[in-house]
Ligand binder design. Structure first.
Ligand SMILES: [Zn+2]
Length: 487
């Protein structure tokens, strides 16, 4: 941070420069030799059977070398699968046992391995270190041993959790009937909050065996991909009142009563039943159709995003099957434009500012002065949203946005720490499964064969392979022809 502030305010900071500077403060002499390897450790669970089985979770662990130039750094073929944890159930705290062999090898690399430089043909000692981990939020808890739910859900705030208990949000049964009777429903049992009893950490992860781990400033990345997806789902679900996704439930209205705020939104007694007054953020059917019609007509340039029209249901009243990248585009570009004219000015402005925040965060080049300004702005944006949406809307995912500029200052551009490329790699592994009785074996065999083919195809420069095939967009190819030396 101190070094980051030394940067002149308007100066561009490339990811690699940030990473090298970050490494210098952390890992001492690791970055003095550009040949030393900086690794990212990525993991997530996936179900190789898809919809055919609901209970199978296989956990590959990837090591991603960051020594490549930015446009090759996060390429799938550079990912090394260090481990494949056998499936059926999520490994939970047993992940430490599975990681032991990998940690042993990493310790060996930290001490140094003598090898030969292919260019100069001289022998030298090669070091390698993990500089951060990439995972989604539940996997962060599995890998680090840090609690990621409850009062201490935010992994960046140990001392001051700032959380408050509200009513349970599972009022889906109530939403299906027209008239609701809140007094007939059993109250959730109120648990006593005892701050002294709550622990932030469940166990000490085996990653702490690495001698440099304690000095890393950014041990675990907050995954921007899942944060964007969740926030987009919350906003979209609440606008459209989608059962199970909307945060505007009966309990949310009762929260308002408990807090004594926004009296016009409290449940109103109507004879023997209660009615739910319409909220300013809920849209009616005509507005819904206009909103979705706008989405249907949006056109993107080639390769920018998938068509949103395919996600709109046949009757034109619902949007279903949104992928994470669709949410990424919706939140940043489309939602602010789509709600303009349909919703009130304060809602439109808050959504537009949130979209702009994520747009700047996900930029290819980050400026430190912009990141510092974003860090000051995001609490104000969240406060604006807080004035619009019910308290149940603000779970940990929305709150984590507060810490994203800090992560970006330490890490650099978001592409080095989000899950998109890891998820794509998992899909490739999923396609490797041909023998459904032996999914891990299929993946291991296909992975080795694939690695061999990659090595061969890179060796034969004069042949037409997937690595030197011309793309559809000539401009992108021209960009790649630059000098690859960044160190
Ligand atoms: Zn926090």
């Amino acid at each position: 941070m101190a070094q980051a502030e030394e940067e002149s305010s308007g100066k561009m900071s490339s990811a690699i420069q940030l990473m090298v500077r970050h490494g210098k403060t952390l890992i001492g002499n690791l970055v003095e030799n550009a040949r030393n390897i900086r690794l990212g450790l990525a993991t997530d669970g996936f179900n190789p059977f898809g919809k055919m089985s609901s209970s199978y979770s296989m956990w590959p662990v990837f090591l991603i070398p960051y020594n490549f130039p930015p446009w090759e750094c996060m390429e799938q073929s550079n990912f090394m699968m260090g481990l494949l944890i056998l499936g059926r159930e999520c490994p939970g705290k047993d992940i430490d046992v599975f990681l032991e062999p990998l940690i042993e090898e990493l310790l060996e690399f930290w001490k140094g391995v003598r090898t030969i430089d292919a260019l100069t043909e001289k022998s030298f000692v090669l070091h390698a270190a993990v500089i951060w981990c990439i995972h989604d939020y539940p996997a962060l808890s599995t890998l680090s041993g840090r609690v990621s739910r409850g009062y201490y859900a935010c992994v960046r705030c140990d001392k001051n959790p700032c959380s408050k208990r509200i009513r349970r949000a599972d009022a889906t049964k109530l939403e299906r009937v027209k008239d609701v009777r809140p007094e007939n429903n059993p109250q959730p049992k109120k648990r006593k909050r005892d701050d002294d009893d709550v622990q932030c950490w469940k166990r000490k992860s085996c990653l702490w065996d690495l001698p440099y781990w304690a000095s890393l400033k950014l041990q675990h990345n907050l995954d921007v991909m899942h944060i964007e997806k969740n926030i987009c789902d919350y906003i979209f679900g609440t606008f459209h009142g989608i059962v199970g996704k909307s945060k505007d439930t009966v309990n949310a209205r009762k929260d308002l009563e408990d807090m004594g705020i926004r009296k016009h939104l409290h449940l109103k007694r109507d004879g023997n039943s209660y009615c739910v007054p319409p909220a300013p953020y809920a849209i009616n059917k005509t507005q819904k159709i206009a909103f979705l019609e706008f989405l249907r007509n949006v056109k993107f340039s080639d390769g920018y995003a998938s068509s949103l029209a395919t996600c709109i249901s046949a009757d034109g009243c619902n949007l279903q099957g949104l992928k994470t990248h669709d949410c990424h585009i919706l939140l940043q570009r489309i939602l602010p434009a789509a709600v303009r004219g349909i919703m009130s000015k304060n809602i439109y402005e808050a959504i537009a500012e949130l979209g702009n925040f994520f747009q700047q965060l996900c930029a290819r080049t980050l400026k430190l002065d912009v990141l510092h300004r974003m860090k000051e702005e995001i609490p104000i944006i969240l406060c604006k949203l807080e004035k619009i949406f019910p308290p149940a809307f603000f779970d940990v995912m929305l709150y984590l946005a507060v810490h994203l500029p800090d992560d970006a200052i330490l890490r650099g551009p978001v592409q080095y720490g989000w899950m998109y490329l890891v998820e794509r790699r998992l899909l490739t592994l999923k396609h490797f499964v041909r023998n459904m009785a032996r999914p891990e074996g299929s993946i291991a065999e296909a992975y080795v064969a694939n690695e061999c083919l990659h090595a061969c195809s890179r060796y034969f420069d004069d042949l037409d392979t997937r690595h030197n095939r011309a793309g559809r967009n000539r401009e992108r190819l021209d960009l790649r022809k630059g000098d690859i030396s960044v160190f």
